[in-house]
Design a protein around this ligand. Structure first.
Ligand code: CO
Ligand code: ZN
Length: 334
């Protein structure tokens, strides 16, 4: 599982440019799914049919997003410095001194002239990408070229660090659940979505297309277990988080109860999650068509949207256990 996570996180796939991630996911799910499809927005849909359809069979959508935050070249100045716009939530405090890689293979350094106010982090328009060029002419990057953080995967004991754990760790959990799920009484659509980071766009169209009876997003949630964190409950190593609310949705209360019941019955550690900001693909599923009961299983992550997002490996393993337990049995929502 760790080597697949390394591969997934070291692959480059900012929103709208998920192709390399999709290739990797497709190779993994091909022997496991009954049907594979890619829709117009690039969502990869891997369907696992029940052995037989009954009146209790539910159509379930599991969504994990393939895209990561990134940068897009917006202007190249006379000396070959590249200015950029952000793809999703990119923060000045996280990018300085870092490196990016463009999809065409070009490496860039995120540079900044000088710090005027030492206590302030620079706005993105004060930062530029140095790709080793000296003029517009010899610049290997064109306006519209896309880049992502360049940082290798590493292990720190039980903790794993990489760029784009958001949401490749969720992609991994979905793949491993599909692998563990030999058979299920449900018609399950594992959707590896696109463009989550720019406003849950892939999940919006795929949820419309699939029209599920219920949906669960698998995504990361920021923890509050660092020295001066916000007052929230989520911690690394304490199990998957059952989302109850975030900045964009109130999870369906029946789904929350079902997830908690299942975790307790199977003795899987879990955490109750109230996130004070942000949202996930679950919001898109909840608001699809005439509405869908939706929830979210979150994997706790430190330093979300930085080039070094940290997870605890036990949370990853327990997330696979919980999602597998949820899909294996008949679902009674009440
Ligand atoms: Co994100
Ligand atoms: Zn995410």
């Amino acid at each position: 599982m760790k080597s697949l996570l390394k591969q997934l996180t070291e692959t480059f796939g900012p929103s709208g440019y998920e192709e390399n991630v999709r290739k990797l996911v497709r190779a993994e799910v091909k022997p496991l799914a009954d049907e594979i499809k890619v829709d117009a927005l690039g969502n990869l849909i891997a369907r696992k049919r029940p052995s037989k359809f009954t009146k209790d069979t539910k159509r379930i959508m599991i969504a994990a997003h393939m895209d990561e935050i990134g940068l897009m070249a917006s202007h190249i100045d006379g000396n070959g410095f590249v200015r950029f716009s952000n793809i999703g939530g990119v923060f000045g405090r996280y990018v300085l001194g870092g490196r990016v890689r463009f999809l065409n293979g070009v490496t860039g350094v995120l540079g900044y002239d000088r710090v005027e106010k030492v206590h302030e982090t620079p706005a993105l328009d004060k930062i530029f990408i140095d790709v080793g060029a000296t003029s517009r002419k010899d610049c290997p990057v064109k306006v519209g070229d896309v880049a992502a953080f360049d940082r290798p995967f590493a292990e720190m004991g039980n903790r794993l660090v990489a760029k784009s754990m958001d949401d490749r760790v969720g992609v991994l959990v979905a793949i491993e659940t599909l692998r563990a799920l030999k058979s299920a009484p449900h018609d399950v659509y594992f959707v590896f979505t696109t463009q989550e980071e720019v406003g849950v766009r892939g999940a919006t169209t795929s949820a419309f297309g699939i029209d599920p009876d219920l949906g669960i997003a698998i995504d990361v949630t920021p923890t509050a277990d660092t020295p001066n964190a916000l007052k929230m409950e989520m911690k690394l190593g304490k199990g998957p988080c059952v989302k109850i609310q975030d900045g964009g949705m109130i999870a369906d209360a029946r789904i929350v109860q079902w997830m908690i019941r299942t975790a307790e019955k199977n003795k899987i550690p879990y955490q109750r999650e109230v996130l004070l900001f942000g949202s996930t693909d679950a919001r898109a599923m909840q608001l699809a068509r005439a509405g869908t009961p939706a929830g979210c299983l979150s994997i706790p992550v430190r330093y979300v949207h930085s080039p070094s997002e940290v997870v605890d490996y036990s949370d990853v393993q327990n997330s696979v256990k919980l999602l597998t337990a949820l899909l294996r049995a008949k679902i009674d929502l009440n």
